[in-house]
Design a binder for this molecule. Structure first.
Ligand SMILES: *Cc1c(COP(=O)(O)O)cnc(C)c1O
Length: 423
C-alpha cells in the first residue's frame, strides 16, 4: 500500500540525513515510513502510491488557501515568466511590505527574509542593538526556528525527539537565553529579574509548537506591562498566528502591541518568505539604514512574494469567518468522538489551529504538554492514516485547516477519528 514511499525512504536515507530535510517530516515519533507526497489540490494530497488523504498539515501552516489555489498559481506563474529573481529591488516586494504594514497593527516597517528562523534571528539582533543588552527570555515549549540562542527548550521537533537542547550550540550562547514557563506571570517576572538586564522577551502569542496552547486571559497584557517596565522589548513570534487567527494576527485578536513581530509561513503562501517588522525607529536600525547587519541573496524573491501576496489577497473577513466555522465544526465533532469512545483526551483550539491531546484534561504550558500520552497519539495517527487523514506526525504540533476544508472534509476527519478512537 505504501511501497513507493518505502522505496523512496530507503533511497533517501542513503543520501539525506535521516531521509528528510526537516526532522518533523520523519515519522520517528509515530513509527513507520513517511508518505512521500506526489501532488496535492485543495484540502487533499496524494502520496507516491496514489493514496489520497485529507491534509491537516497544509505545509505546516503556509497553505491557508489550500493546496495549489488557482489564484496563487496564476500569480506565481506570471511572476516566474518575468524572471525568477534579480538581486535588485522589485515592485512586488513593496506591495507585500505595504500589505503587511496595513494588516499588522504594530508594524510600521518590515524587512523581508526567507524563513521564520531568519525573522526571529534578526528580531533578536535588532533588540540587542536597540537596548545594548544581551540576555533574552524565551518560553519553554515555544519554537522560534533553529538559530543557536533560540534552541533552548524549544518545543516542536525538539520536543518530539526529546532533544530540546541541540548539540553544537555553545554553552556561552545558551547562557544568554533564560527560559520561563508559558502562561506564568510570576515565572516571567522572575526571569526578567534574575540576572543581567534583558534585551527582549520572545514568545508565540498563541503557542502552537507544543500542540496548541492559548494564552490565559490577562497573560499577554501582563507580559506587555512588565517587559515595558523592565526596559525589555517584546517580540511576538507570529510565524504561525500571523494572518492565521486574524488578518492582524494574535496581536489584533488580543489587542496587544509588541515592539517587534516575526512573520513567516502564510506570508509566503507556500514559498520561502519570512518577515520581521515593528516601529520605524527600531526597523531603521537595519543595514543599510542603520548599524545592524542583515542580508539575503533570495530575500524578497519576486516569485515567492507573488505567492504570499496572492494568498494574503484571499484573506477577507468572510474567509476568516469560514475558517472559524469549519474549525469549530471539527473541534465539536472531535470532542463528541472522544466522549462517545470514552477516551481520555481533550481538544484545544484557536481559530483554524487545533490539537487533540491524549491523556490530559487541559494543557497550559510545556510541563503539562509533556504529560500527554504520546503512545496513544502514535496509535491514533496510524489509524487515521489508514482512514485517509494526514495529521502532523507528532502530539506536539498544531493541526492546520485551510479555506479548502469544508463540511465534507470535516465529516471525513470526524468519521475517521470515531473509528480510530474506538479501535
Ligand atoms: C515554523 C516556525 C518558525 C520557523 O520558521 P522556518 O520558516 O521553519 O524557519 C519560527 N517560529 C514559529 C512560531 C514557527 O512555527
Amino acid at each position: 500500500m505504501q511501497n513507493a514511499s518505502s522505496k523512496l525512504t530507503a533511497r533517501a536515507i542513503d543520501v539525506i540525513p535521516g531521509g528528510v530535510n526537516s526532522p518533523v517530516r520523519a515519522w520517528k515519533a509515530v513509527g513507520g515510513n513517511p508518505c512521500f507526497v506526489n501532488r496535492a489540490r485543495g484540502a487533499y494530497l496524494w502520496d507516491a502510491d496514489d493514496n489520497c488523504y485529507v491534509d491537516l498539515v497544509c505545509e505546516w501552516g503556509p497553505l491557508i488557501a489550500g493546496h495549489a489555489h488557482p489564484e496563487v498559481l496564476r500569480a506565481v506563474t506570471e511572476a516566474a515568466t518575468r524572471g525568477l529573481g534579480f538581486g535588485a529591488p522589485t515592485a512586488i516586494e513593496v506591495q507585500l511590505a505595504e500589505h503587511i504594514v496595513d494588516a499588522v497593527p504594530s508594524i510600521q516597517k518590515v524587512r523581508l527574509v526567507t524563513s521564520g528562523t531568519e525573522a526571529t534571528m534578526t528580531a533578536i539582533r535588532i533588540a540587542r542593538a536597540a537596548t545594548k543588552r544581551d540576555r533574552i527570555v524565551k518560553l519553554a515549549g515555544c519554537y522560534h526556528g533553529h538559530s543557536d540562542p533560540l534552541l533552548v527548550r524549544a518545543g516542536s521537533g525538539a520536543a518530539t525527539f526529546g532533544i530540546p537542547d541541540s548539540a553544537g550550540v555553545p554553552a556561552e550562547i545558551s547562557r544568554l537565553t533564560s527560559v520561563a514557563e508559558y502562561n506564568d506571570v510570576h515565572a516571567m517576572r522572575a526571569a526578567l529579574e534574575a540576572g543581567p538586564p534583558v534585551a527582549a522577551v520572545i514568545l508565540e502569542p498563541i503557542a502552537a509548537n507544543m500542540g496548541v496552547v492559548p494564552p490565559l486571559p490577562g497573560y499577554l497584557e501582563e507580559v506587555r506591562r512588565i517587559t515595558q517596565a523592565a526596559g525589555a522589548l517584546l517580540i511576538f513570534d507570529e510565524v504561525i498566528s500571523g494572518f492565521r487567527v486574524a488578518r492582524g494576527g494574535a496581536q489584533e485578536l488580543y489587542g496587544i502591541s509588541p515592539d517587534l513581530t516575526c512573520l513567516g509561513k502564510i506570508v509566503g503562501g507556500g514559498l520561502p518568505v519570512g518577515a520581521v517588522g515593528g516601529r520605524g525607529e527600531l526597523m531603521d536600525l537595519l543595514a543599510p539604514a542603520g548599524p545592524v547587519y542583515q542580508a539575503g541573496t533570495l530575500s524578497g524573491n519576486p516569485v515567492a512574494c507573488s505567492a504570499g501576496l496572492a494568498t494574503l489577497g484571499l484573506l477577507t473577513g468572510e474567509a476568516y469567518a469560514a475558517l472559524e466555522k469549519t474549525s469549530a465544526l471539527l473541534a465539536d465533532g472531535l470532542r463528541d468522538a472522544i466522549a462517545s469512545a470514552g477516551v481520555h483526551a481533550t481538544v484545544q483550539r484557536v481559530g483554524s489551529l487545533l490539537t487533540l491531546f491524549f491523556g490530559v484534561d487541559q494543557v497550559r504550558n510545556f510541563t503539562e504538554a509533556s504529560t500527554s500520552d504520546t503512545v496513544a497519539f502514535a496509535r491514533f495517527f496510524r489509524a487515521m492514516i489508514e482512514r485517509g487523514v494526514y495529521l502532523p506526525p507528532s502530539q506536539f504540533e498544531a493541526w492546520f485547516l485551510s479555506l479548502a476544508h469544508g463540511a465534507a472534509e470535516v465529516e471525513r476527519i470526524v468519521e475517521g477519528a470515531r473509528a480510530a478512537l474506538r479501535a
